[in-house]
Design a protein around this ligand. Structure first.
Ligand SMILES: Nc1nc2c(ncn2[C@@H]2O[C@H](COP(=O)(O)OP(=O)(O)OP(=O)(O)O)[C@@H](O)[C@H]2O)c(=O)[nH]1
Ligand SMILES: [Mg+2]
Length: 201
C-alpha cells in the first residue's frame, strides 16, 4: 500500500467526540503496551503519527487518524486513491488499574463497538512473545459476539527466533480459535502488507 497522507484527527471518550461517520474505519486494540500505536504507525509508514509509550496504559482515549492510501498495481503504478480511518483504542489488561477505570474502559469500548457505523474490522494485536492471554480471548469473543469482523495479528514477533515463529502463530490461533493470525513486527516491519490486504479486501 502506498500511504499518500496520514494525520491525527482527534481524541474522544464517547460518541459525542467521534469524528462524523466517513470512510471505512479500522480499530486497533490489544493489551496495554502490546504495540497498537506502533502497528498503526507501521501501517501508516509514519514513525510518530501515534504516540508510542514506554509506560503501559498511556492511551486512555480513542485516537482517530485519517489516511489517504492507494494500492500498488502489478505494474507498480498507483491505483485509485482511497480514504480510511484508523482508531487507536486504549489498551486493556493492565490489571493494576483501579476498578473504576476498567469500568470506564469497558463502557467506552462497548459504545464504540456497538454504535460506530463505519467500523469495518477490529484488529486485535497479541503479544507474539507472550502468546494469547485470557483477556485477549475475551476481547476476540466480545468483538465476534457484537458481530464485528475480527482480524488477529501477533506483534513483536521479531523477539522470537525465526524457527519458533510459525509454531507460536499456530498456538495463538489455537487459543483464540481463529482461522488466521498474521505474523507482525513494527520493529522489523514484517506483516505490514499482509495486514493491509486483510483490511482493504
Ligand atoms: N521488539 C518490538 N517492540 C515493539 C514492537 N511494537 C512495539 N514495540 C515496543 O513496545 C512498546 C509499546 O509500544 P506501543 O506501540 O506504545 O504500545 P501500545 O499498545 O500502543 O501501548 P498503550 O497505548 O500504552 O496501551 C514500545 O516500547 C515499543 O517500542 C515490535 O513489533 N517489536
Ligand atoms: Mg498506544
Amino acid at each position: 500500500m502506498i500511504v499518500l497522507s496520514a494525520e491525527f484527527v482527534k481524541s474522544a471518550s464517547d460518541a459525542r467526540g467521534w469524528p462524523p461517520a466517513g470512510p471505512p474505519e479500522y480499530a486497533f486494540c490489544g493489551r496495554s503496551n502490546v504495540g497498537k500505536s506502533s502497528a498503526l504507525n507501521a501501517l501508516a509508514a509514519r514513525k510518530t503519527l501515534a504516540r508510542v509509550s514506554r509506560t503501559p496504559g498511556r492511551t486512555r482515549l480513542i485516537n482517530f487518524f485519517d489516511l489517504r492510501v492507494a494500492e500498488k498495481t502489478l505494474s507498480g503504478a498507483r491505483g485509485e486513491e482511497q480514504r480510511v480511518v484508523f482508531a487507536d483504542l486504549p489498551g486493556y489488561g493492565y490489571a493494576s488499574g483501579p476498578r473504576e477505570e476498567r469500568d470506564t474502559w469497558r463502557e467506552m469500548i462497548e459504545e464504540y463497538l456497538t454504535r460506530r457505523d463505519p467500523l469495518r474490522a477490529l484488529v486485535v494485536l497479541i503479544d507474539g512473545e507472550l502468546g494469547a492471554q485470557p483477556s485477549d480471548i475475551e476481547m476476540v469473543r466480545w468483538g465476534e459476539t457484537l458481530g464485528r469482523k475480527v482480524i488477529v495479528a501477533a506483534t513483536k514477533l521479531d523477539k522470537l527466533s525465526r524457527n519458533r515463529r510459525g509454531q507460536q502463530i499456530d498456538r495463538i490461533a489455537g487459543s483464540l480459535a481463529v482461522p488466521k493470525v498474521i505474523a507482525f513486527s513494527a520493529r522489523e516491519y514484517f506483516g505490514v502488507d499482509e495486514l493491509w490486504r486483510e483490511l482493504v479486501t
